[in-house]
Design a protein. Structure first.
Length: 266
């Protein structure tokens, strides 16, 4: 595991790292990825310390979601290295290796991808039963606890079609947590939601970050990124243009492209 410099509490507003000796649980080094002739990632590097939250922001098409998929092993990279939760992701090729990775690095998508014919409880229990082969009683107990954690106690026997979009997204978060991951990746999880339901999902993520879940968030919710993230990365045209603490990033951006972007979204 890589050691990185601890973020000290300063007058600039950098938030303290949760440990005296910080660990980079996710490390991306000069990653490149193309789809055909289109180069989506052009040499991206970043590190995320264990127990912290990182926000990836930037215009659509700047490579944010592709980067998450590279970290989760859903997309093979063309160059560079990716390390996540003890896995050298860029060296994984078999389904068995990638399943092992996704036990430790879980991803929540824009679309909920719940099974409509299964109850909420059954959706949350599915992966631990079928992938981890854990005892049903243990899995069910944990699933009930997780649904309560995401504020869905009493919805265990409901079907996805009976829930709002925000509730379905919280089921998807509980389903990911059921695998007991070390890292959570959130890919614009509020993008498909009505404005009224966005807050409930963001509050769920806020709680997870406060509890020390390492999280990487692709989001267009600038206020949320500022309040929750320990560091912010701005991507544009396949590169990380600027990064820093939320206060430094939003209050004193250094790069002209960053300032232009923020002038449109704040």
């Amino acid at each position: 595991m890589l050691a990185t410099q601890r973020i000290e509490t300063t007058s600039s507003g950098a938030r303290p790292s949760p440990s005296a000796v910080a660990e980079a649980i996710v490390s991306v080094r000069d990653v490149k990825k193309s789809f055909g002739a289109h180069q989506v990632l052009r040499g991206v590097s970043l590190e995320v310390e264990k127990g912290t939250a990182a926000a990836l922001i930037g215009p659509s098409g700047s490579g944010k979601s592709t980067l998450l998929r590279c970290i989760n092993g859903l997309v093979d990279i063309d160059g560079g290295e990716v390390y996540a939760a003890g896995h050298a992701v860029h060296t994984l090729h078999s389904d068995t290796e990638r399943i092992a990775l996704r036990k430790d690095v879980s991803m929540v998508f824009q679309q909920y991808n719940l099974f409509p014919h299964m109850t909420v409880l059954e959706n949350v229990m599915l992966a631990p039963l079928n992938v981890l082969k854990q005892p049903k009683g243990e899995v069910e107990h944990r699933a009930v606890e997780l649904l309560a954690k995401v504020r869905l106690a009493g919805k265990e026997k409901s079907f996805p079609g009976q829930l709002s979009g925000g509730q379905q997204q919280r089921v998807a978060i509980a389903r990911s947590l059921a695998m007991r991951p070390d890292v959570m990746l959130f890919d614009e999880v509020t993008a498909a939601l009505d404005p009224e339901t966005v807050k409930e999902v963001l509050n769920t993520i806020r709680d997870l970050v406060a509890e020390g879940m390492t999280s990487i968030l692709v989001t267009h919710e600038m206020r949320f990124a500022r309040e929750v993230a320990h560091q912010v990365f701005f991507t544009d045209k396949g590169l990380i243009v600027e990064s820093g603490s939320p206060k430094d990033f939003f209050d004193a951006p250094q790069d002209p492209r960053t300032r232009e972007f923020l002038s449109h979204v704040l």
